[in-house]
Design a protein around this ligand. Structure first.
Ligand SMILES: [Zn+2]
Length: 193
């Protein structure tokens, strides 16, 4: 429980953008690694040649991914500045989440963008949190399920459930990190892990 909580806090501290950049994790201890040397700095696991090759392949994939992301951001920026974005910040944060949710380009007018914007509003009102922080904590929870437990859940579904878990007005005054932590425990134990 404490370990899980620390992990949620750890993920929360990273922005979505930084998190997109994390992609290597130690096959032994699961810690994220910026680079791959002879062994893992966290658990001293010695990487096999296959593991090193896999990391290199991922690095290549990542380089292309970054290029794609930069192009995507430029396109989104160009479209947004052409159209004039009056909902501004919230919509673009909702847009980022919608892109992460579907793993591909999503139109600014997509229904999921509006749904994310709505959920950000709801959760912000219930918790008093900054929307960026809500986005980071939510995404952190989904990433943790994937990286630590190998469970893939949709970002939108996860956020819907978190909003439901907060109830109508968060009368219990629960911290959003605790809601997300509780969901990770529930989902991972239901999956028998
Ligand atoms: Zn390790």
């Amino acid at each position: 429980m404490d370990q899980l909580y620390d992990n949620v806090i750890f993920y929360r501290k990273l922005t979505i953008t930084k998190r997109l950049a994390i992609m290597h994790s130690c096959p032994e201890c699961g810690q994220n690694l910026p680079n791959v040397g002879k062994k893992c700095p966290h658990c001293d696991h010695r990487f096999t040649d296959e593991e090193k090759a896999a990391f290199k392949a991922k690095q290549k994939e990542y380089a292309f991914g970054c290029l794609g992301l930069v192009i995507l951001m430029i396109i989104i920026g160009a479209i947004a500045s052409c159209m004039g974005d009056d909902d501004g910040k919230d919509l673009s944060l909702g847009h980022k989440l919608a892109i992460l949710n579907s793993n591909e380009r999503v139109s600014k007018d997509d229904a999921t963008v509006r749904r994310f914007a709505y959920l950000l509003d709801e959760i912000a009102e219930k918790t008093g949190y900054d929307k960026q922080r809500i986005a980071d904590v939510t995404y952190g929870g989904v990433e943790m399920l994937k990286k630590k437990y190998g469970i893939e859940v949709g970002l939108l579904n996860f956020m819907e459930e978190a909003n439901t878990a907060l109830g109508e007005g968060n009368e219990m005054n629960i911290r959003y990190e605790d809601v997300v932590t509780g969901m990770i425990i529930t989902i991972s134990s239901e999956a028998g892990q």
